[in-house]
Ligand binder design. Sequence first.
Ligand code: SF4
Length: 63
Amino acid sequence: MIVKVDAARCQGHGRCAVEAARVYTLDAEGHCAVNGRTIPPELEEEARIGVEVCPERAIALEP
Ligand code: SF4
């Protein structure tokens, strides 16, 4: 699974990094910094949590 973060949508709320800290990290401006990251199977459920809590719908997961 690969995380895709739409930089045009991400507003830097940081909720992804709070609710799913093992998957999502933020850059110096507070925007999600894991675009293109490959997620191992044991973290896939946590990756989905990040999708659900992002208020901007900026995160997508690809197989
Ligand atoms: S929760 Fe969404 S808008 Fe906020 S930092 Fe994460 S990806 Fe960006």
